[in-house]
Design a protein around this ligand. Structure first.
Ligand SMILES: Cc1cc2nc3c(=O)[nH]c(=O)nc-3n(C[C@H](O)[C@H](O)[C@H](O)COP(=O)(O)OP(=O)(O)OC[C@H]3O[C@@H](n4cnc5c(N)ncnc54)[C@H](O)[C@@H]3O)c2cc1C
Ligand code: FES
Length: 276
């Protein structure tokens, strides 16, 4: 059982939960995730550890309520309990000193990009952050990102905040400045990560992405999270979730992510909520 010690809605349908999990808080490294199960009947939900506070013995997850499972989890109040929190899972990010890194976060992916940007900065790298969302209301962690980035560039698809456009438009401009970029880390929706990788491949810049296939056990046993990386089958839960973006077969990932759409819509209907 993990007690919820803080809960905030930081954007529409987007919840921050701080949970008591001292062992995970002590062990966790950037890039890792947990699998949560709210109660006996709850689904297993993989979520990145966005923040951890060793002294308080807590971890923080930030998630969008996209379906029945995340809606149920998002409804747990402060003082309430989450039955299972398993982790930390996955390989930590390879945090090393390389020079300038560009950290790109799209939508809820910003919550995954943030701890990596923070660790890259602490390692002595120059960090350029690019964060984007569909509109101003959906933009998250701007203040937190600004504290860890040497430069932060913000974009919204509809132009409701800062500048109109996609994160890839901003990334192209940053690359066009001509200053060396050692690495790009891109996390967000599959079409965004795919588009970032196209830009960086043309520019010859190493790019790491964090993949979010359907996960069940999170231990490499069920095969649910298999992805195609450079023609080889990998399990995102144990071999990832981060991979070389230029080797990812995006079509296979997209097809596998949409395989359970009808089932998810039915689960939402049963829980009395329209699927977004
Ligand atoms: C390693 C990892 C880290 C993640 N970190 C975050 C995060 O920090 N914040 C966040 O908002 N989301 C994160 N996700 C995605 C999150 O797990 C899904 O949004 C959630 O499981 C959806 O469950 P649901 O029942 O609410 O929605 P459903 O209606 O069941 O599904 C909605 C969509 O979520 C995805 N999904 C459903 N079940 C799973 C599952 N078991 N595993 C993975 N994806 C699933 C599918 O793409 C599906 O189309 C992460 C996923 C992975 C694999
Ligand atoms: S979630 Fe089962 S093998 Fe990765």
């Amino acid at each position: 059982m993990a007690k919820v010690v803080a809960r905030r809605e930081i954007a529409p349908q987007t919840v921050l939960l701080e949970l008591e999990a001292p062992k995970i808080a002590a062990k966790r490294r950037p890039g890792q995730f947990v699998i949560l199960k709210k109660d006996e009947a709850g689904e297993r939900i993989p979520l990145t550890i966005a923040m951890a506070d060793h002294a308080r013995g807590t971890i923080t997850v930030i998630f969008q309520m996209v379906g029945a499972g995340t809606r149920g989890l998002g409804a747990v109040p402060v003082g309430g309990e989450v039955m299972d929190v398993v982790g930390p899972l996955g390989k930590p990010t390879d945090i090393h000193k390389v020079g300038t890194v560009v950290s790109v976060g799209g939508g809820i992916g910003t919550a995954v990009a943030y701890p990596i940007a923070e660790a890259m900065k602490a390692m002595g790298n120059r960090v350029i952050g690019i964060i984007g969302a569909r509109n101003k209301d959906l933009l998250i962690l701007e203040d937190e990102f600004r504290k860890v980035a040497d430069e932060l560039l913000v974009t919204t698809d509809d132009g409701s905040y800062v500048r109109k456009g996609f994160v890839t438009d901003v990334l192209k401009e940053v690359i066009a400045r001509g200053a060396p970029i050692a690495e790009v880390l891109a996390i967000g929706p599959v079409p965004m990560m795919k588009a970032v990788c196209k830009v960086t491949k043309e520019a010859g810049i190493k790019t790491v992405v964090s993949l979010n296939p359907i996960m069940i056990d999170g231990t490499g046993m069920c095969g649910g999270c298999r992805v195609d990386i450079g023609g080889q089958t990998k399990f995102a839960c144990v071999d990832g979730p981060e991979f070389d973006g230029h080797l990812v077969n995006w079509d296979v990932l997209g097809t596998r992510l949409s395989a359970y759409k009808a089932h998810e819509q039915e689960a939402c209907r049963l829980h009395g909520a329209e699927k977004r």
